[in-house]
Design a protein around this ligand. Structure first.
Ligand code: ATP
Ligand code: MG
Length: 444
């Protein structure tokens, strides 16, 4: 077994070896290299203590020194070197009370979560695989190191990590491990929202976001996102639809590009259907106003997961307008561009198309050609440099003040009114025409 490791990582290993310490690349990078995937980071594990590591390298950063991690900087690259450790007693299902350093590689591998993540590699020694990680890689399955119940009892986040890795790698979860995930789902209550967000985000951005369904099947959504369970039970008796709300959501996730903003918007776009369903006299379901309700939910949900403001605001905005109505005209296209921001319009188009791809063939025939038309309109509007926001208006607040208006609410309303006119008819967007309009309409 030969793994091509970066030259700088190789030099770190040999520097440590020459000083009398053991050192291996370990974990995710070994797994990914064996799968022929490009590893993100090359992590190194060593018998040397953090102080011993620091003494051997010129540029180091104490990244997580109390956990044994020192970052070594080589050129523009950085490598995390962590001392072999045991994780001690887990008292709260979250983190070990203390970490203990050890001189035994086997102990260090034993504390890792899954067999495929518990392999180490050294260019001369080859692969160190004490828990049949290679066998599980070949079988394409996620299996806990040791007794799954014990491992999830120590750290409940691991149950989310299992599903996340299964989505990134398109692996199944081995039976006993899966059964333990079911048992430990309620213990996610102990885990910080930040750690949960990181795992959900990786799952959603993965090549197999449909594995989100595993969260439902194992009772994890029941804890983290109970609304999703209700979406799975909500039918949509409507000619535009062919799935319940939950499966429709999964189908949108599959149809939309693997990008964070888009995937989170897809996940949350229809939650508001839970509170807006009505059934008409013909037995057809309607969900009037659901986008607005979804947006209210999305903001709260993302905030609770401690998302940054930019992501929270943008996803909420896109959820709010995900079902914007188009007729293929430039006028309506400009209006929607104004509502979501011209720079976000490509997101909206992706969402609209993926949403449609997850509907009935009737809906697809009706809507997809329209979105092609809208895309053309959007390109024409950009090419013509037409105004779709206040910043593109030929008249500014200053101009209105210079023409005699007083600063204040009325001035803001007037600008908004002018923008309205220009969105309908871009030829009006000149200073003379707009000032003339203001005079004529009697604003001053
Ligand atoms: P990624 O590609 O997401 O970085 P990774 O496998 O490198 O995947 P990390 O979260 O970076 O995952 O963790 C690095 C390694 O540390 C893992 O491969 C695993 O061996 C170990 N590890 C990380 N988190 C845990 C945990 N909660 N419990 C046990 N071992 C863990
Ligand atoms: Mg990693």
């Amino acid at each position: 077994m030969n793994i091509p490791i970066p030259p700088a990582a190789g030099r770190i290993l040999s520097t440590l070896n020459k000083a009398g310490f053991e050192a291996y690349v370990v974990g995710g990078c070994v797994r990914d290299a064996l799968l022929g995937r490009e590893p993100g980071d090359w992590d190194i594990t060593t018998s040397a203590s953090p102080q011993e590591v620091k003494a051997l390298f010129r540029r180091t950063v104490d990244t997580g020194i109390q956990h044994g991690t020192v970052t070594i900087l080589i050129g523009k690259e950085s490598y995390e070197v962590t001392t072999y450790r045991l994780d001690g007693v887990y008292e709260d299902g979250r983190h070990p009370k203390e970490v203990t350093f050890t001189r035994s590689l086997a102990e260090d591998l034993k504390r890792r979560d899954f067999t495929i993540n518990a392999m180490a590699y050294h260019p001369e020694e080859g692969l160190v695989d004490l828990f049949q990680g290679m066998e599980d890689l070949t079988a394409r399955q996620i299996r806990a190191v040791g007794v799954p119940h014990d491992r999830f009892h120590e750290d409940a986040l691991r149950i989310l990590r299992a599903v996340r890795f299964s989505a990134q790698l398109n692996f199944t979860i081995e039976g006993e491990t899966l059964a333990a995930i079911r048992d430990f789902a309620p213990r996610l209550e102990l885990i910080s929202q930040e750690r949960i967000r990181v795992e959900l985000d990786k799952l959603l951005r993965s090549d197999h976001p449909e594995k989100f369904l595993t969260l439902y099947e194992t009772g994890i959504t029941g804890i983290l996102f109970p609304e999703f369970d209700r979406m799975m039970e909500m039918p949509q008796n409507n000619p535009y639809h062919c799935y319940n709300v939950g499966i429709h959501t999964i189908e949108v996730l599959k149809a939309i590009p693997a990008e964070g903003i888009l995937r989170w918007t897809a996940l949350l776009h229809d939650v508001g259907k839970l509170s807006t369903r009505t059934t008409d006299e013909n037995g057809i379901d309607h969900f009037y106003g659901h986008a607005k309700e979804s947006a209210v939910f999305a903001r709260e949900f993302l905030r609770n997961l401690r998302f940054d403001n930019h992501t929270t605001d943008l996803v909420t905005l896109l959820v709010r307008h995900h079902d914007a109505w188009f007729d293929g005209s430039a006028r309506i296209t400009r209006r929607v561009m104004n509502r979501v921001g011209a720079e976000n319009f490509p997101y909206l188009l992706s969402i609209a198309r993926a949403d449609t791809a997850a509907k009935s063939s009737y809906a697809q025939e009706k809507l997809l050609p329209k979105y092609d038309q809208v895309e053309m309109r959007w390109k024409e509007i950009l090419a013509a440099g037409e105004c779709t926001s206040l910043s593109g208006l030929a008249v500014t607040g200053k101009d209105l003040i210079a023409a005699g208006m007083k600063p204040g609410k009325e001035l803001g309303d007037t600008l908004q009114h002018l923008l309205d006119l220009v969105l309908d008819d871009p030829t009006l967007n000149t200073k003379e025409t707009l000032l003339e309009r203001v005079r004529r309409d009697g604003s001053f």
